[in-house]
Design a protein around this ligand. Structure first.
Ligand code: TTP
Ligand code: MG
Length: 400
C-alpha cells in the first residue's frame, strides 16, 4: 500500500465562454456560445463551449452549431480566440505553481496538483483550495471548480460534481460511499459500448461494480475488468507528473531500400509532416519545437531540432522548417535509411478540428479540407500535391 496522498484536480468553469464574458462585460449573465459561425442556423461546425446561461437552453460542447442556434437563436455567438485563452491558461497554471511544484496540466483549463506535502503550509487542503480559487478570481475574475481526494480518479470526479465554482473534498474513509451511487459512465474507460454490457450484468452504479470480485469481472470483460474493479474500489496509484502528458509526437519511416534521391526524400518528409499534423489536430495538440531525424545507410543517426517561436499544428509550416533542416544537412553522399519528424513542447490546442481561429483560416484551409476527406474516406484517401506523382508511397513502412 502506498501512503495516503492528497491530490487536487482543478477545472475552470465554462472556460472560453467565461473569458469572453469577462472581456465583454455586456455579455455577463447572458447565454454566450463560443464556436463556429451559426450563419443564421445554416452554419456548419460545432459548439466549442458555452456559458452556463446557454447551458440552461440545452446547449453543450461538441453540439452542431446549427442545433445550438435552434435551441437559442438570441444567444451571443462568438468565434474562438485561441491566443487569448492560452494566455489566461498560462496565468492560471503559473499561479498554481506558487502552491505546489507537482503540477500536471492535462488540458487548457485543467490540472492535477499533488498537495500531499504542501497543504500544511496553507493550513490544510480546504484552506489551500479556497485560497487558490480566490487568487484565480482576483487575477482573472474567473471561477474554478476543485476536487480533492486521495487519487486522481476521484479528484477529477469530485471537481465536476458541484460545478460551477465548486469545491468537493473526499477523504480516504469517505471514498467508498462517495463512489457507490455514481453512474458507471464516470469510470475512465467505460464508453458507450461498455455501458449496456455492464447493465446486462446488473451494474448501473460504481457501487454495483465494486460488489463484483475482480476475478468475476476479468472473466466477463477481459483485462479491462481488473482496471474497472480497481477504480470502482478507489484504487488509482498513478502519480501526478508532467511526464504523464505526451511529451512529443512523431512519425518515422524506414525505406524498403536506402534512398539517394533528394526529391524523393523531400516528398517523404512532406508525407510525414502531413500525417503528423493530422494526428496533432485530431488530438488537439500543438507543438513548438520540430525535430528531423535521419538515419543513413551505415546506421549513423542524426537529429536536428528547431524552435518555431510559437506553437503550430499546420503541415505547411512544419514542412518548411523540416525541409530547411534537411537541405542544410550534409549526408556526405550517403543514402538514407530512415526519416522521422517529431514535434515537442506540446500544448493542448484550444480549438477543435473544424474550428480554426480566424487568423489561421487561410493557412489551415488545406489542412482542414484534407482532414474532412480523411475522416470520410480514411487516411490514405488523400495526399498532398507534392506526392501525387509518386506511385510507391505505400511501400514506405510507417512506424508508430
Ligand atoms: P471543459 O473544461 O470540458 O469545459 P468548460 O471549461 O467550457 O466548461 P466546464 O465548466 O464544464 O468545465 O473544456 C475546457 C475548454 O476546452 C472549453 O472552454 C472549450 C474547449 N473545448 C472545446 O473546444 N471542445 C469541446 O468539445 C470541449 C469539451 C471543450
Ligand atoms: Mg472547464
Amino acid at each position: 500500500m502506498t501512503s495516503t496522498r492528497t491530490i487536487m484536480h482543478l477545472d475552470m468553469d465554462a472556460f472560453f465562454a467565461a473569458i469572453e464574458q469577462q472581456d465583454h462585460p455586456q455579455w455577463l449573465g447572458k447565454p454566450v456560445v463560443v464556436g463556429a459561425d451559426p450563419k443564421g442556423g445554416k452554419g456548419r461546425g460545432v459548439v466549442s463551449t458555452c456559458s452556463y446561461e446557454a447551458r440552461a437552453y440545452g446547449i453543450r460542447s461538441a453540439m452542431p452549431i446549427s442545433k445550438a442556434y435552434r435551441l437559442c437563436p438570441t444567444a451571443v455567438y462568438v468565434l474562438p480566440r485561441g491566443h487569448r485563452y492560452a494566455e489566461v491558461s498560462r496565468q492560471i497554471m503559473s499561479l498554481l505553481r506558487e502552491f505546489s511544484p507537482d503540477i500536471e496540466q492535462i488540458s487548457i483549463d485543467e490540472a492535477f496538483v499533488d498537495i500531499t506535502s504542501t497543504q500544511k503550509l496553507f493550513g490544510g487542503a480546504e484552506k489551500m483550495a479556497k485560497e487558490i480559487k480566490s487568487k484565480i478570481y482576483e487575477k482573472t475574475k474567473l471561477t474554478a471548480s476543485i476536487g480533492i481526494a486521495p487519487n486522481k480518479f476521484v479528484a477529477k470526479i469530485a471537481s465536476d460534481l458541484r460545478k460551477p465554482d465548486g469545491l468537493v473534498i473526499v477523504s480516504a474513509e469517505e471514498m467508498p460511499s462517495f463512489l457507490a451511487p455514481l453512474e458507471i459512465s464516470r469510470l475512465w474507460g467505460v464508453g458507450l459500448k461498455t455501458v449496456p454490457q455492464l447493465q446486462a450484468m446488473g451494474i448501473y452504479t460504481i457501487g454495483d461494480l465494486a460488489r463484483y470480485s475482480q476475478q468475476q469481472l476479468i472473466e466477463r470483460l477481459g483485462s479491462i475488468g481488473a482496471h474497472f474493479w480497481r477504480l470502482a474500489n478507489g484504487i488509482d496509484d498513478r502519480p501526478v507528473a508532467e511526464t504523464d502528458m505526451v511529451k512529443s509526437i512523431s512519425r518515422e519511416t524506414t525505406f524498403p531500400e536506402d534512398v539517394e534521391d533528394a526529391a524523393q526524400l523531400r516528398d517523404c518528409l512532406l508525407y510525414l509532416c502531413d500525417d503528423l499534423s493530422y494526428e496533432m489536430r485530431r488530438k488537439r495538440l500543438k507543438g513548438r519545437t520540430i525535430t528531423l531525424k535521419i538515419r543513413l545507410e551505415d546506421f549513423s543517426t542524426f537529429t536536428r531540432s528547431q524552435s518555431l517561436g510559437h506553437t503550430t499544428d499546420i503541415c505547411e509550416e512544419m514542412f518548411r522548417c523540416v525541409e530547411k533542416m534537411f537541405n542544410n544537412f550534409d549526408r556526405g553522399g550517403k543514402r538514407v535509411r530512415l526519416l522521422g519528424v517529431a514535434m515537442s513542447q506540446l500544448q493542448g490546442s484550444e480549438v477543435q478540428l473544424e474550428l480554426f481561429a480566424e487568423e489561421d483560416e487561410k493557412r489551415t484551409k488545406l489542412d482542414r479540407v484534407m482532414d474532412q476527406v480523411r475522416q470520410k474516406f480514411g487516411s490514405d484517401a488523400i495526399q498532398r500535391a507534392g506526392l501525387l506523382h509518386k506511385k510507391h508511397d505505400s511501400d514506405w513502412i510507417r512506424e508508430r
